[in-house]
Design a protein around this ligand. Structure first.
Ligand SMILES: [Zn+2]
Length: 495
């Protein structure tokens, strides 16, 4: 249905079928001052095909981008995004070699609301995106957008603040720690990006492009459904056990799960307290999963590549002992470049949005994604400690409404709660009402994180092909996957 001159990250991510045709290029444009890539509809009926033109460089480090494509923070419709965008003035000389009657149809503004660039359309309906969506997705996932428009000094200051927090924290009495976090939270809660408790920019951008593609193709666009067995969303329950007290009180959270028929994942810290093999065995026997929550929970596991190398054998030894394939970083400390070196099947240390963590930020994704060979499973509900201890919410309303929002978005609801805080009745009762809300909901896939990671791998190595009787899936997702179709007004199960 589609063919593309280069790999198109959005199509790869959603498993939209296309053929790679390096010869397609942006013909007649070899002297182009902009790195234009072409994706086009393979109609085969003789009509001149419509194209989606976009920008891309082979080098994502930056120097390959011309000065007419400044790196910045931009807005398109409802979405804020970060990347290199071709300024309006640079575009017409290039597009005029690639079609007729190009005109700007949607505005892209900068952080101050000034128009900087546009989505362009020609008289036949071809589109031009003045940016590389692959670069934009990567900037969200890796949180590298945090560096856009900031000086190295600011970045250094923030890293130092995180380090300072860990150095000081053990010395501070708990009420003072909490008071500091609350004061800090008033500042963090005002951060304009990512918004909290929901930052929809990345997913709005996906939905926007799906609509444009369906219009461009004048027919529904097939993609490999996000979840297996006809489920429309996923619900994943995870816990971090911070201290020995938490380890003694797993039942506060496990009890309601068991009663309501849920399974969950438990992340333990190997060298901070004693984890009895019997505890691990019993959880596994009930169908639960065990993960590794750092080595000592001192904020230093990902301090540097050297420190990580020193600590890795210790973490790996416990991963083997517990048959753990997943990692959760203490205090969600994360370093994009270092995560794959952990050697776990999946990591779950990024939040979609969390301005309240010692390392604030958010990958803005409520779907899994890859960091090299590692599957990343973002935490998509606010943490118990944040909404009850720091922000003082009386009940689980915030959890439930966010979970319902994610359910409607066909997303992954991934919760993180701590038995250490579950003596607070708001945590235990709130967790129970979250579980009760979705009990028996057959539209959702209640899965362990390891199962979601395995599914995401299967999905990523499967493809949709056209056969005589329509579209079919080839690859490891063939048995449980479903084909879906994007239309100009949403998704459906049939073309
Ligand atoms: Zn922790």
């Amino acid at each position: 249905m589609f063919e593309s001159s280069r790999p198109f990250a959005f199509f790869d991510y959603f498993r939209i079928p296309y053929d790679l045709r390096p010869d397609l290029g942006a013909e007649g444009c070899s002297r182009s001052p902009l790195p234009v890539r072409r994706l086009r509809l393979a109609t085969g009926d003789g009509a001149p095909p419509r194209s989606l033109l976009w920008l891309g460089t082979d080098d994502h480090q930056g120097p390959a981008w011309p000065a007419t494509c400044p790196l910045g923070s931009y807005r398109l419709g409802e979405s804020t995004f970060f990347g290199h965008v071709a300024a309006d003035a640079a575009v017409p000389p290039v597009l005029n070699q690639l079609g007729h009657g190009w005109r700007p149809v949607e505005r892209i503004t900068d952080g101050a609301g000034q128009r900087r660039a546009s989505i362009w359309r020609d008289e036949r309906g071809s589109l031009f995106l003045p940016f590389d969506l692959g670069e934009v997705m990567q900037a969200f996932w890796s949180e590298s957008y945090q560096q856009v428009g900031r000086s190295p000094l600011e970045l250094h200051g923030r890293a130092a603040a995180v380090r300072g927090y860990y150095l000081l924290r053990p010395a501070l009495p708990r009420p003072l720690q909490l008071r500091l976090r609350r004061t800090f939270s008033q500042v963090q809660g005002r951060s304009p990006f990512p918004r909290w408790p929901t930052e929809d920019s990345l997913h709005s951008l996906y939905a926007w492009l799906f609509r444009r593609l369906a219009e461009l193709a004048s027919r529904p666009v097939p993609f490999l459904g996000l979840w297996p067995d006809g489920r429309s969303w996923a619900l994943v329950l995870t816990h971090d056990v911070e201290t020995d007290a938490g380890c003694q009180n797993l039942e506060l959270l496990r009890g309601p799960e068991r009663a309501l028929g849920y399974r969950s994942s438990w992340n333990f810290v190997p060298l901070r307290y004693q984890v009895a093999d019997e505890t691990v065995r019993r959880l596994r026997l009930e169908g639960c999963e065990i993960g590794v929550h750092g080595l000592r929970h001192d904020g230093r596991d990902l301090g540097s590549r050297r420190l990580l190398a020193k600590r890795l054998p210790g973490m790996r030894a416990y991963a083997d002992r517990w048959q753990a394939v997943g990692f959760r970083s203490p205090a969600t400390q994360r370093q994009w470049d270092l995560m794959p070196a952990l050697g776990f099947d999946y990591d779950s240390s990024y939040s979609d949005t969390d301005p309240y963590e010692p390392q604030p930020g958010g990958c803005c994704s409520y779907l899994p994604f890859f960091n090299e060979g590692m599957v990343e499973l973002p935490i998509t509900l606010p943490q118990d400690h944040t909404i009850f201890a720091i922000l003082g919410n009386p009940d689980a309303e915030l959890w439930i409404s966010k979970a319902q929002f994610l359910r409607e978005r066909h997303a992954m609801v991934l919760s993180l709660t701590h038995p250490d805080y579950a003596h607070d009745p708001r945590v235990a009762d709130g967790y129970r009402s979250l579980l009760e809300t979705f009990r028996g909901d057959q539209t959702g896939w209640q899965a362990l994180p390891r199962e979601v990671a395995a599914w995401w791998r299967h999905r990523a190595s499967s493809a949709i092909h056209r056969s005589n009787d329509g579209w079919r899936i080839e690859g490891p997702a063939a048995a449980s996957g479903r084909i879906q179709f994007a239309t100009a007004d949403g998704f459906r199960a049939r073309p």
